[in-house]
Structures are given as structure tokens and as C-alpha cells.
Design a protein around this ligand. Structure first.
Ligand SMILES: O=C(O)CCC(=O)C(=O)O
Length: 199
């Protein structure tokens, strides 16, 4: 059972309040479900072509959507999967605690610190004008960095994404800020990231 109701006190920290909003919720989900999610999610290794060279995407990923819609980012078209038990349970926890119901999830598996997400904004047109994205972390603690797109006077903002945490990005954040999960060779353990979205 969730410890907090929809309007209860949830431990949180404001990370960005200028040009969009980003809030960090440590200990958001109560159970570490790494093994179950690892088995349940239909992971893919895709390839990406940059400057004429083809590489493996530096992580595994998978796409889930209620309406059978596929998703394309970085010119990679991800086939759709249907929500199953553990992923659906985490979606319910988010709906109960934050009052937001998501119809989609982009899942990422970072096998160790060599896997990463390059700097980008989640600004695909299908996500709408001001997307709300709830990003759940399970497994190894990883650093996450925001960089403002135009205001060079603003410092980078970085935080550690801990096991069982949730990062909520909303408002105009994707218009003004890019984010990345840098490579970190010291990290040997895997991490699953679930970015719930509304398509
Ligand atoms: O793994 C993460 O925390 C970030 C993933 C991400 O940036 C994305 O899926 O757009």
C-alpha cells in the first residue's frame, strides 16, 4: 500500500524553478523491483547513425503505450508494447501519489556506467506543448545533469538519481533545458529508468 494519499506529504526537493519546473522525490516507490522489471520489459538493442557511422544506442530501451502508438526519437522507431504487471503497478503508484495518469512509458536499461543518455530535450511534437514526464530510477545511483539551452549565465544543475526515486519534469522545462545522464566508468551496477509520458 502507498504510504501517502494523493494530497499527503511526499518528501520532495525543487531542483529547477526557472524556465520550467523539476522536482525530485527520493524514496518514491517502496519496493525495488529491478529483477521483475528486467524480466518483464521487452528490451531492445537499437542502432543509431551519426555523421554517417552506425553505432549501438548506448543503452537498451523499450516503449509502452495504451493506444498501440509507436514512438520515434533520434530517428529510431520503437515498436509498441502493452503495459504489464510491474510497470502498470508503478504507473498506479504515480497516479495515486501525484494524481497524474500516464498512457506511455519509455524504459531505459543502463547495463553499467558505460551506458549513458546523451544531452537532449524531450521535445518531440507527440508529447505536446509542455510535456509532463515522470522519470523513475531503479538500481545504481547515477548523476543527472541539466543545461540551459540559451542562458549561459545559468550554471548547470546536477543531482544524483537514487534507487526508488522519481524526477518530475513539467511546464516549459523541455523548451529551455536539455538533460543528460553522463557515462561514469566507475559504476559497475545496472540501472533501470522508466520515463512515463503522455502521448
Ligand atoms: O535515464 C534517465 O534518467 C534519463 C533518460 C532520458 O533522458 C530519456 O529517456 O529521455
Amino acid at each position: 500500500m502507498d504510504q501517502f494519499g494523493l494530497f499527503g506529504n511526499i518528501e520532495s526537493e525543487e531542483i529547477i524553478t526557472t524556465d520550467g519546473q523539476c522536482t525530485y522525490y527520493p524514496n518514491f516507490i517502496s519496493h525495488a523491483t529491478y529483477d521483475e522489471l528486467y524480466e518483464e520489459i521487452n528490451w531492445r538493442q537499437d542502432q543509431i547513425t551519426l555523421f554517417g557511422k552506425t553505432h549501438n544506442v548506448p543503452r537498451l530501451h523499450a516503449w509502452y503505450n495504451d493506444n498501440n502508438d509507436s514512438y520515434t526519437y533520434s530517428k529510431i522507431k520503437l515498436p509498441v508494447n502493452s503495459f504489464e504487471s510491474h510497470l502498470a503497478q508503478i504507473r498506479e503508484t504515480i497516479a495515486t501519489k501525484l494524481g497524474i495518469y500516464f498512457n506511455s512509458c519509455l524504459c531505459n536499461l543502463y547495463r553499467d556506467g558505460n551506458d549513458y543518455a546523451a544531452i537532449h530535450a524531450d521535445d518531440e511534437a507527440e508529447l505536446g506543448e509542455n510535456p509532463i514526464i515522470a522519470s523513475v530510477s531503479i538500481g545504481a545511483k547515477r548523476k543527472f545533469v541539466f543545461k540551459h539551452k540559451t542562458n549561459k549565465g545559468l550554471d548547470k544543475v546536477s543531482l544524483d538519481l537514487e534507487d526508488c526515486s522519481l524526477l518530475l519534469m513539467k511546464g516549459s522545462l523541455q523548451h529551455y533545458w536539455k538533460h543528460e545522464l553522463p557515462r561514469s566508468k566507475k559504476i559497475k551496477d545496472p540501472r533501470i529508468n522508466l520515463t512515463f509520458r503522455q502521448l
